[in-house]
Design a binder for this molecule. Structure first.
Ligand SMILES: CC(C)(COP(=O)(O)OP(=O)(O)OC[C@H]1O[C@@H](n2cnc3c(N)ncnc32)[C@H](O)[C@@H]1OP(=O)(O)O)[C@@H](O)C(=O)NCCC(=O)NCCS
Length: 352
């Protein structure tokens, strides 16, 4: 470096750093469950199976599927309004709206901007993220960083899905699993740590293990510049290699959950709740074993009545545990989401 260069750099103006809250926590949580209940008996109209097989292999007895009015935006607004009410925060205090979803079928614009507008969040930055069943954890990690980094005071994280739109009802390996719904959390400043280090990651080498059958540009014949839009060939749906996902979830995800506990300096017996992604009751039970979770720790088992709602599953299960009194405000909860990508996110959080 030349002497001349050193002199000029000394005179460079300094950027004033953004300063945020020292800690962040969840202030409120809310959920929306569609009104239409689909019991296992209804699924049996579409696939060859039995109520007993579905219950014993997945733990699911029923799921909710959204009607035409229960759009991604509508369900999100309902869930977020409940979360705001619980937090005691008004929409105009929100400095960021993050919507995690894989089933908003209109790519542009992000659905988050409409949701922010309908909630009354003014000009808050609003964007969608695609991290499947880890979407809520990914959003929470972003919100935590935004609040502590000083770019927002309060952030709403919404996990929302209409997976029924992407379900092939004749596919035996997925028709009984997926459900619809929305869950939201208001995240904001805190006097004490309320969100532990988020252990998150991805493994794109397993991208085909859970995925949409085909991209929209192959599902539709490519638009022709002269003759206009092409013809629909086949509506895409979700497919997965159930056993591969099962093994990965039980083996690798228990390790990620343990890492989240260790990073937070919390032991399993100090937890007030375990809220894993609601993918399969047997995965939940296997994780409990792997983590050596004491019987005294209540475990979310919302899957029985909700099915797998991907990004919505953790906030929905959290809301249910708080409402039923199974878990209490101020308790520590271990959350872990995992799914298509493959992606995952785990953290210890203080319940609102
Ligand atoms: C999907 C899942 C429930 C299937 O359970 P499984 O025990 O792995 O089932 P398999 O695919 O090994 O099939 C076992 C048997 O059940 C049969 N079977 C599969 N689907 C069936 C159904 N819906 N009803 C009845 N029988 C079925 C298979 O044909 C097979 O029969 P066979 O032994 O005579 O060949 C399970 O793999 C799972 O939950 N995986 C993880 C899914 C998940 O978490 N996904 C989301 C992640 S975000």
């Amino acid at each position: 470096m030349t002497a001349e260069h050193t002199e000029t750099s000394g005179a460079r103006p300094q950027i004033r750093p953004a300063t945020g809250a020292q800690y962040a926590r969840i202030h409120g949580v809310g959920g929306y469950r569609p009104t239409r209940v689909i019991p296992n008996s209804e699924v049996l109209n579409w696939i060859e199976s039995s109520d007993e097989w579905i219950r014993t292999r997945s733990g699911i007895t029923e799921r909710r599927w959204a009607g035409p009015e229960e759009t991604v935006a509508e369900m999100s607004v309902q869930a977020a309004s409940k979360a705001l009410a619980m937090a005691g925060i008004s929409a105009d205090q929100i400095g960021g709206v993050i919507v995690a979803t894989v089933s908003h079928l209109k790519q542009t614009p992000a659905i988050a901007t409409e949701i922010a507008d309908r909630l009354g969040c003014g000009t808050a930055p609003a964007f969608d993220i695609s991290a499947a069943c880890a979407g809520f954890g990914y959003g929470l990690s972003l919100a935590d960083g935004m609040i502590r980094g000083g770019s927002a005071e309060y952030v709403i994280v919404i996990g929302v899905e209409r997976l029924s739109d992407l379900t092939d009802i004749h596919d035996r390996s997925t028709a009984f699993i997926f459900g619809d719904g929305a869950g939201a959390a208001v995240v904001g400043p805190s006097d004490s740590p309320g969100i532990g280090k988020v252990i998150w990651g991805s493994d794109g080498s397993q991208k085909d293990v859970i995925s949409q059958t085909q991209a929209w540009d192959t599902a539709m014949a490519k638009p022709d510049a002269v003759n206009g839009v092409g013809e629909a060939v086949k509506w895409p749906a979700l497919r997965m290699e159930g056993q591969t996902v099962f093994r990965w979830a039980v083996w690798d995800m228990a390790k990620a959950a343990q890492q989240a506990l260790d990073a937070a300096g919390i032991t399993a017996d100090q937890l007030g709740a375990f809220i894993p992604h609601q993918a399969n009751m047997r995965i939940i039970d296997a994780m409990i074993k792997a983590l050596k979770l004491p019987d005294s720790v209540p475990v979310a088992r919302d899957i029985a009545e909700t099915g797998n709602t991907s990004a919505a599953s953790i906030p929905l299960a959290m809301e249910r545990m708080l409402q039923s009194g199974e878990a209490k405000s101020g308790d520590l909860a271990l959350i872990i989401g995992f799914g298509a990508g493959l992606v995952y996110a785990a953290a210890v959080v203080t319940l609102p």
